[in-house]
Ligand binder design. Sequence first.
Ligand code: PRX
Length: 635
Amino acid sequence: MSYYKVKDLENYFKMYKKSVREPRKFWDRIADENFVWYQRWDKVFEYDMQEAQFKWFLNAKVNITKNCIDRHLAKRGDKTAIIFEPNNPSEAAQHISYNELYVRVSKMANVLRDLGIKKGDRVCIYLPMIPDLAIAVLACARIGAIHSVVFAGFSAGALEARITDSDCKMVITSDGAYRGDKTINLKSIVDEALEKCPSVEKVLVVKRTNENVSMKDGRDIWAQPLLDAAMDNNVAEIMDAEDPLFILYTSGSTGKPKGMVHTTAGYMVYTAYTFKNVFNYEENDVYWCTADIGWITGHSYILYGPLLNGATTVIFEGVPSYPDFSRFWEVIEKHQVNQFYTAPTAIRALAKESIDYVQKFPLSSLKVIGSVGEPINEEAWHWYNDHVGGKRCPLVDTWWQTETGGIMVSPLPFITPTKPTYASLPLPGIQPVLMDELRNEIEGNQVTGSLCIKFPWPSIARTIWGDHQRYIDTYFKAFPGKYFTGDGALRDEVGYYRITGRVDDVIIVSGHNLGTAPIEDAINEHPAVAESAIVGFPHDIKGNALYGYVILKESGEYRNHDNLRKEINQLISDQVGPIAKLDKIQFVNGLPKTRSGKIMRRILRKIAEGDFSNFGDTSTLLNPEIVDEIKEGKI
Ligand code: PRX
């Protein structure tokens, strides 16, 4: 009997028990059944939760692209691996077969090698959602270079910080990007970022929009002529199971972004296994995840998970609102999509528009619909379930994180009964626990607490690039011996989990994790600003929007000055990205602080929400009088 696919609810419980009682046997079998290895492992895993040391499939040798591409060629060479749906619906979609993917990845891998990229070098990829992005990622993995994909919506400042943190030797970008009715000159953003990045030797530029771009002599190279001339096959690098596969940055609650490091074999095994089970993918299905490859969702469930299973995966360049709000549904119909995976923020935005946009299409090809990135509220859940899933497609609300590499808690379609707003049950191999403030595990059901995972799984991040201590401090200190997720959760009477949201200083806006610190740093750079604090407040579409409290150096002069608000938002936009702009800015004379100087965000959050009912105990504040003042000045 195969362990790879859970068959029914009884089988799920059996597999789950097996994975907890005999995790070595469980993962050994899954890894053994489904992948090609140059060399097997000596041991399934080794770990130390205190020191955050994790090793999986020790001493195994493998290349993930052999498993994503080469292995399928005999049986699925002509099968479509990638469907590319361009931003503009009048541009033809492209179907890239596994054979063609092999050739394109090989060529790109050869180009990278010729340009001096070696195993272990870091390559930053800053590209729009076009096939070249997938190909660049896979080409890096082919030659053992560590890819660091930066979402192409990020600003020059954010890009620079990420390139510098991991000393990237090369950047792969494009002349421009299409996004709805806009064209963005990506290359000029790269140029700006590189003014401060001495480690970058080469910039490889793909053509997409035919923008006018400036090419720096000796540094910038057009990709196409090199690809045309490159050999169309490539011998994959032999990678150790624990060699890093990629770095992906995620916002922290403090300071600079954290470069989460994922390694090769564990990530491969876990993303493949979870893709197969969570989406119930069957041969010939067409699968579409609307995320960007610049996020973990795109890494694990547009590229690696689907390709490891020989699936057909859609890469969509556009946005849900262009040319109109029926775009998603039209694409589902056009490509007869069977599994559709998107984010609550997109669902809420589309649910606000006329129902005709979705009802125009039968959407009868759909079998499974999924949600990821933030808690899905009840209303959005029902809208998605009723109007998109037609009440017949299971809705998988998948909870996971950049750090976890793959989906952790989710219903399995046609197996786990779904319940609105509940991510439901942990996948086999995952051991969630809820912890109270005294660091005790909360037993039983109908309880809430801080969500931790008490046992390692194959795709747990291995470290933060260049700062292992920060990795330990952020995830393994709050609850010793456990991985702390930063989320709060509730466990219902049957053991289903509902994720209630972040309990730390990360705010999720339209599905993007924003740390408060980098945004406050940007605000504080304004010459008129003395100090600032931002909090989230509920927003119908974005889930949360940002509310900033700003203390000015000289009171009075700038008060309620709209220009100042614009300048502050411009600074944020330049340094963090437009997504982090504040919806509301209130100028204040002080911020509520504890005696140890910590800002009481809890109070600021309540004021931003307009909830003045109960501020809890404010007697410990250094300046309790400021609370009323801020309340009165609320905008
Ligand atoms: O707060 C949780 C929320 O998103 C956070 C992780 O964000 P990121 O690393 O960007 O990865 C997002 C895609 C995996 C989590 O700590 N989150 C993610 N999925 C859900 C969720 N919150 C509730 N329900 C979910 N299904």
